[in-house]
Ligand binder design. Structure first.
Ligand SMILES: Nc1ncnc2c1ncn2[C@@H]1O[C@H](COP(=O)(O)OP(=O)(O)OP(=O)(O)O)[C@@H](O)[C@H]1O
Ligand SMILES: O=C(O)[C@H](O)CO
Length: 540
């Protein structure tokens, strides 16, 4: 039987996996009729299914429904209550806002008098094409959806949307209730630079910082200090209305003041903090003069901030921990012995990729008979070179040993957001870069390279469905990928050095390594899934 028909056999019907016996047994069956390639094909199908389960669990509509409780004309949100009287205004900005508006409409639609929201360019078309119109406002919605910020960069369209949002918010009166819907991507979708700085000038600072590998915390510290709406200023503009802000987190640790640059949350950062970030990345000579003089002027003024946010309720409606739990449930149903390694993965994407290759080797070594000298060296490398926590590594080893005994494959899941320091001028994103770095490192590892009885598949992808300025969500890696690409005349390391992971994956294996989901209508950072199959395929 050929690989393609095997995949069809095992994935027939979306609920097929629920009734399956353990994956191990199935892989053994496959081994009788197929080849190692078939096992890898099945593992790739599985990691995609695990990723999809994670994304499905964090679709925004349900999470907003969970946080709003309507009782007659009273809206209860956590410990606060609001009287509704055709006085609800809605604004939003972020990749998940379409579905958030839909849920608010379903809950309090009769009371909504107007609203405006800013979502990424192409959102409506992408979601309708997928049959996910339920993640968009109702057809007769009173909330105007505006699209902008192509490739996650603030542009004139997003600027216009931000102005409309500002106008809506500034016109509210004491009896009004403003519901603010916030999700990742919101910073680019709500550009409101201070008057002395142009949109292009502000954008150039963000671009320079992102290219040098600045973290989202650092980026948003600078953005907040150059904005008239970020850093709590939107909520202050809404006074005397009351404000409920529903926030879907896409930042490690769920810091409400940084998600979409915290437009409804008190800001503790100062212009000096922004200046420190600019110094740290040594871009003070490259940024526009207007930015530098604004920040230094503000710094010298030392004006104290208006910190009365008593009219505001900020509510976290969801985060990547929900997605990771759903991924774990799915992986277990598919027969994998599963461990969640982290929900706060950070660091340079290519270094994290090397870490995953080392972890794959550690797992493969267990499946191959546990050479203790190799194990110690891999363990120490993960601990010292990549800073992986020792107790976490012991858990990884324990899971591998149990999986080997139970004849199950292993699945290690993590989530978070890495950074990329751009060295070249290629096209890619942090997930594709991480996958390529994992593939390159795995191709150099003797355990993974020469031990064909252990199969490894790694995937990293963004839950928003867009990885950097590309149409892919992420990519899949396996130990043979680099050699196969080489035979096609593609030198993986050159693509990696040029930050050109997208073009590598587009060409290698006929583009099959690319994970393309289209915009998903949600955003809770990135997910990594490492699967290793050992003794299951010992019959091969
Ligand atoms: N050629 C490239 N290779 C690898 N990474 C790149 C490349 N070009 C841009 N990036 C990275 O892509 C990231 C931006 O990606 P993206 O637009 O998906 O942002 P995001 O962080 O997911 O957005 P948000 O959090 O606002 O929703 C930046 O960190 C940038 O360094
Ligand atoms: O919009 C942003 O600032 C990022 O997605 C982090 O929330």
């Amino acid at each position: 039987m050929r690989a393609a028909s095997l995949v069809a056999y095992f994935t027939k019907g979306s609920t097929a996996f629920l009734s399956r016996k353990t994956l191990c047994e199935q892989l053994k069956r496959m081994a009788h009729v197929g080849t190692v390639d078939n096992v890898v094909v099945q593992m790739k199908t599985d990691v995609k299914a695990i990723f999809n389960a994670a994304v499905d669990s964090v679709l925004p509509r349900q999470m907003v429904h969970n946080s709003l409780k309507l009782s007659g004309n009273v809206l209860n949100v956590e410990d606060r209550s609001y009287m509704l009287n055709h006085n609800v205004h809605v604004v939003g900005f972020g990749k998940a806002v379409g579905g958030m508006i839909r849920a608010v409409e379903e809950e309090v639609g009769d009371h909504i008098v107007g609203g405006v929201a800013s979502v990424p360019l192409g959102t409506q078309e992408a979601l309708r094409a997928k049959g996910r119109g339920d993640l968009l406002p109702l057809p007769d919605s009173k909330v105007v959806l505006m699209e902008g910020a192509a490739d996650n960069l603030p542009d004139e369209a997003a600027h216009t949307a931000a102005q409309r949002i500002c106008d809506q918010v500034s016109s509210l009166t004491a009896g009004d209730l403003l519901i603010v819907l916030i999700s990742g991507g919101g910073s680019a979708l709500l550009p409101a630079p201070v008057p002395s700085v142009t949109l292009q000038e502000k954008q150039s600072v963000t671009r320079l910082l992102a290219a040098r590998g600045a973290t989202i915390t650092e980026l948003n510290t600078v953005r907040k200090n150059l904005s008239t709406l970020k850093g709590g200023k939107l909520a202050l503009a809404a006074r005397p209305a009351q404000v409920i802000s529903l926030i879907l987190s896409d930042i490690v640790g769920d810091p409400l003041d940084l998600i979409a640059s915290g437009p409804t949350v008190p800001d503790s950062s100062t212009p000096q903090d922004a200046i420190n970030v600019i110094h740290k990345y040594d871009i003070q000579d490259d940024i526009p003069l207007s930015v530098w003089s604004y920040l230094t002027r503000q710094y010298q003024r030392k004006s104290s901030k208006d910190q009365d946010f008593s009219h505001v309720q900020n509510v976290l409606v969801g985060s990547n921990s929900i997605a990771v739990s759903a991924a774990k449930v799915c992986a277990e149903k598919l027969g994998y012995r599963t461990l969640v390694h982290s929900t706060c993965l950070q660091g340079e994407a290519s270094t994290v990729g090397e870490m995953y290759a080392t972890m794959a080797a550690l797992l493969a070594n267990v499946f191959n008979g546990r050479d203790r000298i190799i194990e110690k060296s891999l363990f120490n490398s993960l601990l010292q070179k990549y800073g992986v926590d020792g107790s976490c590594l012991r858990l990884v080893l324990q899971v591998a040993v149990e999986a080997e005994t139970q004849k199950k494959p292993v699945c290690i899941i993590s989530a978070g957001e890495t950074t990329v320091t751009l060295r070249g001028d290629g096209k890619g994103g942090r997930n594709q870069e991480m996958a390529l770095a994992t593939a390159v490192a795995m191709s150099r590892d003797s355990i993974l390279r020469y031990e064909s009885r252990t199969q490894v598949v790694f995937m990293s992808a963004g839950t928003d469905g867009q990885d950097g300025p590309t149409d892919a969500a992420g990519a899949l890696a396996d130990p043979g990928q680099v050699t196969r690409a080489n035979e096609q005349g593609l030198a993986a390391t050159e693509f990696l050095e040029n930050n050109d992971s997208y073009n590598f994956y587009r060409s290698a294996d006929g583009g099959q390594g690319l994970v393309t989901t289209g915009l998903t209508g949600t955003n809770v950072m990135d997910i990594q899934i490492l699967t290793v199959c050992g003794s299951c395929d010992s019959n091969l």
